[in-house]
Design a protein around this ligand. Structure first.
Ligand code: CA
Length: 222
């Protein structure tokens, strides 16, 4: 999962990014409200959810929220703020936030709430993703095939999770790269092909379809 973190406190922002990365949540991090709006206007395709502070330079979290919701951005938004008054919580939820956490928040709780928001946004309630006899559990980062546990590398897990969250949708190599390596890039040119190759070897050749020149897809269930 990749989230946009909007946080002007640098030590906190870097601690949240590092901590979430260990829990399988990668961050793109911006430091003010204006940068958040720009990011959500241009690069939102690679983002699964937003973690938004309220007290921000240039534009407040509430202004960012109102603006992106008025433009029809449906991404889940989790407010992460020091403000704990009921009126702040009500105002944020009524402005289009999906969840609200008061700082200091436990990183495990932030990650768990993000998983819940992302699966709800995809219309799912079950915590595991399933395809035929393959099951994948984002919280534990475990995968099973036919009930047997399968070892995947971190990147392989991310590719499998991404494709399973978008069954029936073709994802191009560059879309997958952006999800894995972020806006700054850093992927080896054939990295995605290598991960796909390993996933097919471990989870079955029929798991991922290649649409030549277009991208990769896991068929819809059933
Ligand atoms: Ca702040």
């Amino acid at each position: 999962m990749r989230v946009l973190l909007v946080e002007d406190d640098k030590p906190l922002g870097s601690a949240v990014c590092e901590g979430l990365a260990d829990l399988g949540v990668r961050c793109e991090w911006v430091l003010d409200g204006e940068a958040a709006e720009t990011a959500l206007a241009t690069d939102a395709a690679g983002i699964d959810a937003v973690v938004l502070d309220l007290g921000l330079p240039r534009r407040s979290g509430l202004e960012v929220l109102a603006s992106v919701r008025s433009r029809g951005v449906v991404l889940p938004v989790l407010i992460l703020t020091a403000r704990d008054a009921a009126e702040d919580i009500v105002a944020a939820l009524d402005a289009g936030a999906d969840d609200y956490l008061v700082k200091p928040a436990d990183l495990r709780e932030i990650a768990a709430r993000l998983r819940a928001l992302v699966r709800r946004a995809a219309g799912r309630a079950a915590p595991r993703l399933a395809w035929r006899d393959i099951e994948l559990e984002p919280s534990s980062r475990k995968v099973w095939k036919g009930g047997e546990s399968i070892e995947l590398s971190g990147r392989e897990f991310e590719v499998a999770e991404l494709l399973l969250r978008h069954t029936g949708v073709v994802l191009s190599r560059s879309q997958i790269e952006q999800r894995l390596y972020g806006w700054d890039g850093g992927a080896e040119s054939n990295a995605v092909e290598v991960h796909i190759h390993h996933l097919r070897r471990k989870l079955g050749a029929d798991f991922i379809r290649t649409l030549r020149g277009i991208g990769y897809m896991v068929e819809r269930n059933g």
